[in-house]
Design a protein around this ligand. Structure first.
Ligand SMILES: [Zn+2]
Length: 177
């Protein structure tokens, strides 16, 4: 099993009000991304592509965590983001999840970005980029496309190394079988 590396040190941040604010934001993003990484680890142990997600509301009064389960569920739509959306919809008794933030270890694909737009998610935070499927800036950028009726704020690169290493380890192990 690969060890998850923590990346919580930011020696470059100076002690000014603006960077203190930035640091607080970053720390919170890292806190949630660590939980998404635990979900990704769970997917890894289930022999699923190791991607995890956490959906958090604006006040952090609730959150839902989920991992990729396409093989287990025999469902091509069972990506971590979709699973988290489904759980959150049950909690809120609403498919619209206004002002919530979705944390996911790997950049959302075209399907998931579409679903996140439908759900009116406010912000997406992801770790590693996905040049093959990514629709939050890599292959496509659905986040700021004005042709959609909703735009999503995107932050990338949170705990990127840990998120990417987990994926690389998974595919390396799978190839060597
Ligand atoms: Zn997806």
């Amino acid at each position: 099993m690969p060890q998850l590396r923590t990346e919580s040190n930011h020696p470059d941040l100076k002690n000014t009000p603006s960077s203190a604010y930035k640091m607080a934001m970053t720390t919170n993003d890292e806190k949630w991304m660590h939980i998404a990484l635990k979900q990704a680890q769970k997917a890894f142990e289930m022999d699923e592509v190791p991607i995890g997600a956490v959906l958090v509301d604006a006040d952090e009064t609730w959150n839902t965590a989920a991992c990729n389960e396409v093989i287990t569920q025999q469902d091509a739509t069972a990506h971590a983001e979709i699973m988290a959306l489904r759980k959150a919809g049950q909690i809120m008794a609403n498919y619209r999840l206004l002002n919530s933030t979705l944390y996911v270890t790997v950049e959302p694909c075209v399907m998931c970005m579409g679903a996140l737009i439908h759900a009116r998610i406010k912000r997406v935070v992801f770790g590693a980029k996905d040049p093959k499927w990514g629709a939050a800036g890599s292959l496509y950028d659905f986040s700021q496309d004005s042709r959609f009726n909703h735009q999503i704020e995107v932050t990338s690169g949170i705990l990127e190394t840990s998120c990417r290493t987990l994926m690389q380890t998974f595919f390396k192990e799978r190839r060597s079988r």
